[in-house]
Write a new protein. Structure first.
Length: 255
C-alpha cells in the first residue's frame, strides 16, 4: 500500500470525480464489500451532494430542462469542474459558462443567461452587509455634496442587460404562469437583483432607461452626470429611480 498523503489525496480526487481506479491500491479488503464498491460509496455520496447543491442554486434551470436532464448536465459539470476548495459556498460559479458550450444545449443559448441570473441571486443572498444611505440621509446632503456624489452599490446588488427575455424565462422556471408561445426570444430585458431590508432576495425588471441610469452610477459616473444623461429622454423618471434605490437601501453610506 502507498504511504504518501499527497498521492492519496490526488488518487481520491481522480477516483471520485473522474471515475479512475487509482484509489484502489489504498483500499483495504475488509468485509463483504469489494474495493470498487467501497470507492463507489464515496463517489456516489460526493456526486449526490454536489448535484443537490446545484439544484438548490439553479432551480429554474432544473425546471426548464427537467429533473432527469438536469442530473445529466450536472453530472458532466461536476466531472469537468470539480470543487477546488473545501468550502462549497461558491461552487457552481462556472455553471453559466459551462451551459454555453454544452453540446446538448446548443439550441437553448438563453439557459446560460438564466443561470447567470440565478447565480446572482445566490451571491446576493450571501453578500456582506453594508450600511446604506436612506432617503432621510440623502435629503440632508448639501447641494455641493450632491453635485459631486458618486454612489456605490451595496454588495448585494447586481444589474444586467440581457439580449433575450431572461427575467421572463426565469419566472417561467420558478413556476409563474408564462405562456412560452408568447415569449419573443429576440426581446431583451434589463434586470436588477438585490437583497431587501427583510433579507429577501428580489429580482426586479428594469426599463432600458432605469438600467442606463443605474449602470452609469455603477460605472462611477456622478449622480448629476447620470441624471443629466438620462433626463434627455422625457420618459425617464429620476425621482422614482432615486426613491426606489434609497428606499431599498441599495447605495452605500459613504458620505
Amino acid at each position: 500500500m502507498p504511504h504518501n498523503l499527497n498521492q492519496l489525496q490526488l488518487n481520491f480526487k481522480e477516483s471520485v470525480y473522474n471515475g479512475k481506479d487509482s484509489l484502489l491500491p489504498w483500499v483495504l479488503e475488509i468485509g463483504p464489500l469489494s474495493k470498487e464498491e467501497r470507492v463507489n460509496i464515496y463517489r456516489n455520496t460526493v456526486h449526490v451532494g454536489l448535484k443537490s447543491l446545484l439544484a438548490d442554486v439553479y432551480p429554474a434551470i432544473m425546471a426548464l430542462v427537467g429533473v432527469e436532464f438536469f442530473r445529466y448536465v450536472t453530472h458532466q459539470f461536476i466531472h469537468e469542474y470539480p470543487p477546488q476548495k473545501g468550502a462549497l459556498l461558491y461552487y457552481g460559479a462556472s455553471f453559466s459558462d459551462f451551459l454555453k458550450t454544452f453540446p446538448a444545449l446548443k439550441d437553448f443559448p438563453y439557459l446560460s443567461g438564466v443561470a447567470e441570473l440565478e447565480w446572482a441571486r445566490h451571491l446576493s443572498y450571501d453578500a456582506a452587509d453594508d450600511t446604506p444611505i436612506n432617503v432621510e440621509g440623502f435629503s440632508k446632503l448639501s447641494e455641493g455634496v450632491i453635485q459631486n456624489i458618486k454612489f456605490e452599490w451595496v454588495a448585494s446588488v447586481h444589474i444586467f442587460e440581457f439580449d433575450v427575455p431572461i427575467f421572463t424565462l426565469w419566472r417561467s422556471g420558478c413556476g409563474h404562469k408564462v405562456d412560452m408561445k408568447d415569449i419573443d426570444l429576440h426581446q431583451g430585458e434589463c434586470v436588477m437583483v438585490y437583497r431587501d431590508k427583510d433579507l429577501n432576495v428580489q429580482v426586479k425588471i428594469l426599463s432600458s432607461l432605469e438600467y442606463a441610469f443605474y449602470n452609469a452610477l455603477k460605472q462611477g459616473v456622478s449622480f448629476v452626470e447620470a441624471s443629466t444623461l438620462c433626463a434627455q429622454d422625457k420618459e425617464f423618471n429620476l425621482q422614482e429611480c432615486l426613491v426606489f434605490a434609497l428606499g431599498e437601501g441599495l447605495f452605500k453610506n459613504k458620505v
